[in-house]
Ligand binder design. Structure first.
Ligand SMILES: Cc1cc2nc3c(=O)[nH]c(=O)nc-3n(C[C@H](O)[C@H](O)[C@H](O)COP(=O)(O)OP(=O)(O)OC[C@H]3O[C@@H](n4cnc5c(N)ncnc54)[C@H](O)[C@@H]3O)c2cc1C
Length: 813
């Protein structure tokens, strides 16, 4: 065995082998893969081999698209047949909401460049004559989709990797991993040691065990998944004898199963409620080609519904049941990218559709390692989208839920039930008593909106692709902030204190905007990729010389802080402290916010004394707080950052002081609607590594005067090459019940010219709005475009940014 390599990939399933293949293809031939048993002996060998292109996540959709494009080309390259049956994939809809989901997806697919057809029930019957079409509203079909032989695919990738110089060592178990002071990794195996610069973990069901070797609590726990293969059916054999094509993969989404032909019979794979998490302590050391005993009782409702939809399925005997482990993460998407807190440690784990994702995930991870960045926006699969809260108990609940919900309708406003209430601000119960309906982000409970009748109001949230039942309630919250004063809990924000003699220079060299030079000043600043894409956004508050307080999105806490920590100078001149759970944040906003808050402090809150974009450490009642005069709603207001244990004291003081001004709580949905009217941009929507900061309209936060900042040269080079995209704000016409949500395609005539990134209703300006990235040639104000929302085309006009209060008069009041 080699004793050193540039990269060692651990795990010889399809994902590890694909990563090896792509590293070697990019020219890194000094790469070694270590597999404890035989290639594919983990989950890969027993997969059903389906390659579903359908996915509502941008990142995952792009990975799947790449794979389905790559796999058929492998035979030509390697001479090995991968068994790709391009038989198409049909997904049935039997409810109006499902149909809306498909209509929404058709738009997403169009923006990603995935071809999808809409079928009538009659067209489904023509392709799949064994289907009963009762209750089917329609279907979507991916013609490029199908299934593959997972072991053959892996062998082809392995051959391709070897032919580019890669080495594969089978029967080699990694037993310990350590890092030398010089950063090199040392992997101890049962066949000796190997030293390398980078490690890729692609260990499938062993992900947590591998993570433990380097102190990572990897958020992956597998769940049992079964599929049933039947004996041959005469009707299918007759079709074969007649030379008819395979009927393809069929998914009855509302019944939660997939089906395809298999060797003249049928293969049925249900996603049932109650499938248990498995391998909680990892598979045994001897585990190889392992299956669990059948648990057919769990599948009974799905088997019955499959027989009702495809009676032939009930007419033949069961030949074999496969019950295997399928790796899961809390949101069902894989984790692909750098490990947090460790340099040159990479994760390609948590794949539940790993046969489909392997090509794309290997491709992007290899690019990330070799070139320093992936080329597509990987936020949807970034390992750092979870946090420390995602421990074993959380993973069991959430991963079982993610599995059970594979086929449920994925509404844009969907909130899941498992592991709720895990992270609560102190004011949670007070908000609940005021009628809050909570949503969850990175485990935190946050008020989404408030029931008009308070806690006793029997109204229940109904999710939808259209205007949901709480639409008017959100509007009322917006208007009460706009005309009066509102209180919001934003404690989930990520917060960090950056201090030290080198702090100012370090931040200046890292972030796009000039670091505030005066104590008490606040700026918005961005961390870019080397080629000028947007990686992270920070509010930067200067407390004093060498003291800065950084605030960023709660959902991106581990991601943002990991980038900052890894960029810290090695000489100890800058320190960083995570304050996320020590400080709470209450937002008080609206024209009457000053009058309400002034009664609680001796500090002069008048505009001259406390202007927009400044902060002060003051007393509010008896509580020491940091007040920042910034907010995300575009009204006069303050963020009040405070010791978390004082939150309820402050909450009560503010509500009492605000009573005379009609203070009301408001939620995240009202905030988002108001942010939309201000054209405020978010990661990973309008801001992403795929768009340059200037394409995303951030020019005023990019200081070209300072000597340099990370990504400056790349940004200039990209600008010189000409913009590909331009951020715009759109007014949509004729929208009555379905606003844009983001990801809708935008056209000039029939030509696709961009995609919406956010959308909704602007209550203060009374317009349906969308934010979008479009081709620069059509981005001028007044430009007439069209947008498809749920299959309906609407006229759209490019309007000036910030349709509400473009001069920021309210913020400066
Ligand atoms: C019943 C069933 C049906 C499925 N059907 C489909 C489908 O139709 N389509 C689809 O896309 N996906 C499907 N899947 C999921 C798919 O099987 C997995 O997502 C995929 O195989 C994951 O591949 P992997 O390389 O990540 O993991 P694995 O194939 O499990 O490979 C991981 C490898 O790492 C090795 N390893 C672990 N630890 C070490 C160590 N310390 N040292 C050395 N080696 C180590 C293991 O031995 C193993 O070979 C299905 C899964 C199941 C259970």
């Amino acid at each position: 065995m080699k004793t050193s390599a540039r990269v060692v990939v651990i795990g010889g399933g399809v994902v590890g082998v694909s990563t090896l293949y792509h590293l070697a293809k990019l020219g890194w031939s000094d790469v070694v893969l270590l597999e404890r048993k035989e290639l594919t002996s983990g989950s890969t060998w027993h997969a059903a081999g389906l390659l579903p292109l359908f996915n509502l996540s941008y990142s995952v959709g792009k990975l799947h698209q790449y794979s389905v494009d790559l796999y058929p080309r492998l035979e030509k390259e390697t001479g090995l047949n991968v068994g790709f049956s391009r038989v198409s994939n049909i997904r049935l809809a039997t409810t109006p909401d499902r149909w809306d989901e498909y209509l929404y997806y058709v738009g997403v697919a169009e923006t990603i460049g995935v071809a999808v057809d809409v079928l009538s029930p009659e067209e489904v019957k023509a392709i799949w004559p064994l289907v009963e079409t009762d209750g089917i509203i329609g279907a979507i079909q991916h013609k490029a989709d199908g299934y593959i032989q997972p072991a053959d695919l892996t062998q082809a990738l392995a051959k391709g990797a070897r032919s580019h110089g890669a080495t594969i060592e089978r029967n080699t178990t990694v037993t310990a991993i350590s890092q030398k002071p010089n950063g090199e990794w040392v992997l101890l195996t049962d066949r000796g040691e190997i030293t390398c610069e980078h490690v890729v973990c692609a260990t499938g069901n062993f992900a947590r065990a591998t993570g433990r070797m380097v102190g990572l609590d990897v958020p992956v726990i597998p769940v049992e998944h079964q599929y049933i293969v039947t004996d041959q059916h005469p009707a299918i054999m007759a079709r074969r004898a007649a030379g008819l094509p395979e009927m393809g993969v069929l998914r009855d989404s509302d019944a939660s199963w997939y089906m395809r032909e298999e060797a003249g019979g049928l293969l049925l794979g249900p996603y049932e409620v109650g499938a248990p998490a498995c391998y909680l302590d990892g598979p045994a050391a001897t585990s190889e080609y392992e299956l669990f005993p059948d648990a057919l009782d769990r599948l009974e409702p799905h088997i019955l519904s499959a027989i009702a939809r495809v009676p032939a399925f009930g007419e033949v005997g069961v030949k074999r049941v496969y019950n295997g482990a399928i790796a899961y993460t809390p949101d069902g998407s894989p984790i692909v990218g750098p490990a947090w807190g460790l340099r040159n440690m990479w994760l390609n784990e948590g794949h539940s559709f790993g046969i489909t994702a392997a090509g794309g995930a290997g491709w992007q991870l290899a690019q990330w390692i070799v070139e320093g960045e992936p080329s597509i926006d990987m936020m949807g699969v970034d390992p750092r989208r979870f946090g420390q809260y995602a421990g074993e108990g959380y993973l069991i609940e959430k991963n079982e839920e993610a599995y059970a919900k594979v086929f449920t309708v994925h509404y844009p406003d969907e909130e899941r039930e498992a592991a709720r209430g895990l992270r609560q601000s102190p004011c949670h119960d007070r908000m609940a008593a005021l009628g809050a309906v909570f949503g969850s982000v990175v485990g935190w409970e946050r008020p989404g909106w408030f029931k008009p009748g308070g806690a006793a109001d029997p109204m229940r949230e109904v999710w939808s692709f259209r205007r949901s039942n709480y639409f008017a309630a959100v509007g009322a919250e917006v208007m009460s902030v706009h005309h009066g004063v509102g209180l919001q809990d934003m404690s989930a924000f990520a917060k960090a204190l950056v201090t030290g003699p080198g702090a100012e220079a370090w931040l200046d060299a890292l972030l796009t905007n000039a670091v505030p030079k005066k104590d008490g000043r606040v700026t918005l600043s961005y961390l870019l990729t080397d080629d000028g894409g947007v990686r992270a956004e920070f509010t930067v508050y200067r407390l004093g010389a060498g003291q800065f307080y950084l605030v960023s999105a709660g959902a991106l806490q581990r991601h943002d802080h990991d980038y900052l920590r890894k960029a810290l100078p090695g000489d100890g001149s800058v320190m960083m402290e995570d304050l996320t759970t020590r400080l709470g944040v209450l937002v008080v906003a609206g024209p009457k916010s000053r009058a309400a808050l002034q009664t609680l402090t001796r500090t002069d809150l008048a505009n001259a004394a406390f202007p927009w974009l400044t902060g002060r450490d003051i007393s509010l009642g008896a509580a020491p707080v940091t007040m920042l005069r910034v907010n995300f709603v575009g009204e006069l207001g303050w963020e009040i950052h405070h010791p978390i244990e004082m939150q309820n004291y402050l909450f009560d003081k503010i509500m009492t002081a605000g009573a005379a001004h009609g203070i009301k709580p408001f939620g995240i949905k009202a905030m988002s609607a108001m942010a939309l009217e201000k054209s405020y941009k978010l990661i990973p929507r309008e801001l992403s590594i795929e768009y340059s900061a200037l394409e995303s309209g951030l020019a005023r936060f990019v200081s070209m005067n300072k000597p340099g900042f990370k990504g400056r040269d790349g940004l200039l080079a990209r600008e010189a090459a000409g913009r590909q995209w331009q951020f715009v704000t759109l007014e949509l016409h004729g929208v009555t019940d379905a606003d844009a949500r983001g990801q809708e395609p935008i056209f000039v005539g029939d030509r696709l010219v961009g995609r919406a990134t956010s959308g909704g209703y602007g209550w203060r300006c009374g317009k349906s709005l969308a934010l979008a990235m479009v081709e620069p040639a059509v981005a001028g104000e007044g430009s007439a475009l069209a947008i498809n929302i749920l299959g309906k085309r609407h006229a759209a006009t490019v309007v000036a940014d910030s349709p509400f209060d473009p001069q920021n008069a309210a913020l400066r009041a």
